[in-house]
Design a protein around this ligand. Structure first.
Ligand SMILES: Cc1cc2nc3c(=O)[nH]c(=O)nc-3n(C[C@H](O)[C@H](O)[C@H](O)COP(=O)(O)OP(=O)(O)OC[C@H]3O[C@@H](n4cnc5c(N)ncnc54)[C@H](O)[C@@H]3O)c2cc1C
Length: 457
């Protein structure tokens, strides 16, 4: 009987166990996790914070799903991996022997390193206990300063604004998420933040957190401004938890290096999810995808290989649906605009920045109408990336056009014409593609007013 030990009960670990169990009915699966809440939706924490869902809605598994895994759960922190002895050491003194080990311990929030960071009232949104703590503090708090320029910082700002706190948002750059969004897209978000009465401080650095009797009372910025607050919330990026692996001699760069089978440099040790830096056989690059769906897919592939079958992980075209200042936003493929590494880009690392950082040799076509906004990155024959804000009718079609590299040369000139009705053109084209593939008609997408903006590359 094979002993499978899985470190972490996030989506990567759970998906791996499901894949193992589908193949090996007899093997023993042991999970080790230091999170007392086991498996829950970490993206859902933002909705919980905003009061839009209850905590119980964040748990995808009930007793039946846990039973189907037929696994043992051990709540402890792993303190060492000993590959030579094929075992892991836990902080409660237990030793667990493994035949196959999966490291799926995720990534953790980058910590603030300014004076006062240890004060009560300084919070981050990383796991369930963080979310509970923020909700508890928000009940007593009146003013919060949120530090960070990416999605999680915005989720914190909005969640706390919905809990009726006065919110200040500090962003290092001159506009919101400048490494991914173009100026008009940032403007849409910034306008919404204003409507929600969130005060955004651009090009502002936190220098110090001020306190009295161990509690936050305010902050001081880099240029000496002081703002009173009871909560300081931060989201300045995530980093893969590679310490255990490094100490064990498992090859790491920014994440644990895993080949296309999710195997590390030790044949019986695998890595998946936010902690893994995975070889992509298509691009030849090694990438970290700090996103839910890739973590799940990598877990499935790792589990299949752990159970003795052979499966390769092929990185899909990135597809991330998120809500920015209440506006549903889908980011597909390669849309990067920025260069260099700023705070935003660290935050994007959570949102698949690996592809976004590369500027394609592409032309941008763009439309804007209220919050229905569409930007396409178009090369000679293909659409390589898209941002869809607001109306999402075209996002599934765009995902297919981008993922399958469908030749759009027949509509390229139309798309790039001044004031082209891009959404209508795309909807028409998509219905032809869809008809051709399925012989079924599709509903056409609504068409906001559209305009061509610029070209790059
Ligand atoms: C607030 C928030 C919002 C997000 N929003 C989105 C979104 O909109 N879209 C999206 O795609 N992604 C989003 N993400 C990212 C997504 O949640 C992660 O990519 C995904 O959960 C990673 O899963 P994982 O299994 O690799 O790691 P995790 O879910 O982090 O699980 C790691 C597990 O390892 C355990 N662990 C860690 N160290 C040890 C140790 N030493 N010993 C024992 N156990 C240990 C932890 O307790 C945990 O069980 C969001 C994340 C957060 C925090």
């Amino acid at each position: 009987m094979t002993n499978y030990v899985i470190l972490g009960t996030g989506v990567a670990g759970i998906a791996a166990a499901q894949a193992v169990r589908a193949i090996d009915k007899q093997g023993k699966i042991i999970f080790v996790s230091n999170d007392p809440h086991w498996y829950y939706s970490r993206p859902g924490l933002a909705y919980y914070l905003a009061g839009e869902v209850e905590e119980k809605q964040l748990y995808p598994f009930g007793p039946a799903e846990y039973k189907a895994l037929d696994a043992h759960f051990w709540q402890a922190t792993v303190s060492k991996i000993l590959p030579q002895e094929a075992c892991v050491l836990l902080n409660d003194g237990k030793r667990l022997r493994y035949d196959r080990l999966l490291i799926a311990v995720g990534a953790s929030a980058v910590h603030l390193s300014v004076p006062g960071a240890e004060l009560q009232g300084v919070v981050k949104l990383d796991h369930m206990e963080d979310a509970r703590q923020i909700v508890a503090q928000a009940r007593r708090g009146r003013t919060v300063v949120v530090v960070g320029g990416g999605i999680t910082a915005l989720e914190l700002a909005e969640g706390l604004a919905q809990r009726r706190l006065k919110v200040h948002l500090f962003i290092r750059t001159a506009r919101y998420w400048s490494s991914v969004l173009d100026e008009s897209e940032s403007n849409i978000i910034q306008h919404r933040l204003k409507e929600d009465k969130i005060t955004v401080h651009y090009e502002t650095e936190l220098a110090e957190i001020l306190g009295r009797q161990g509690r936050v009372t305010g902050i001081r910025t880099g240029n000496g401004q002081q703002i009173g607050c009871d909560i300081l919330a931060y989201a300045i990026g995530v980093q893969p938890r590679i310490q255990l692996a490094k100490e064990a001699g498992i090859a790491c760069e920014r994440g644990i290096l895993a080949d296309e089978h999710l195997r590390t440099n030790f044949p019986n040790i695998f890595a998946a999810g936010d902690v893994a830096q995975v070889q992509d056989p298509i691009s030849g690059r090694s990438v970290i995808d700090s996103l839910w769906a890739p973590a799940r897919d990598q877990g499935q592939v790792a589990g299949t290989n752990m159970a003795g079958k052979s499966r390769v992980y092929i990185k899909p075209v990135s597809f991330n649906v998120t809500r920015l200042a209440g506006i549903t936003t889908t980011i597909i493929g390669n849309v990067g605009l920025g260069s260099g590494r700023d705070e935003d880009q660290v935050a994007i690392a959570r949102g698949d920045s690996e592809t976004w950082r590369t500027i394609p040799d592409a032309i941008i076509a763009q439309s804007g109408f209220d919050v229905n906004h569409l930007r396409l990155m178009v090369t000679g024959r293909n659409i390589v990336g898209a941002i869809v804000m607001g109306d999402q009718k075209l996002s599934a079609a765009l995902q297919t056009l981008i993922r399958e590299r469908i030749d759009i040369s027949s509509i390229r000139e139309q798309l790039l014409a001044p004031h082209a009705p891009i959404a209508e053109i795309l909807a028409g084209f998509w219905s032809q593609v869809h008809d051709f593939r399925s012989r079924r008609p599709v509903a056409s997408a609504s068409a906001p007013t559209l305009r061509r903006v610029s070209s790059i590359g």
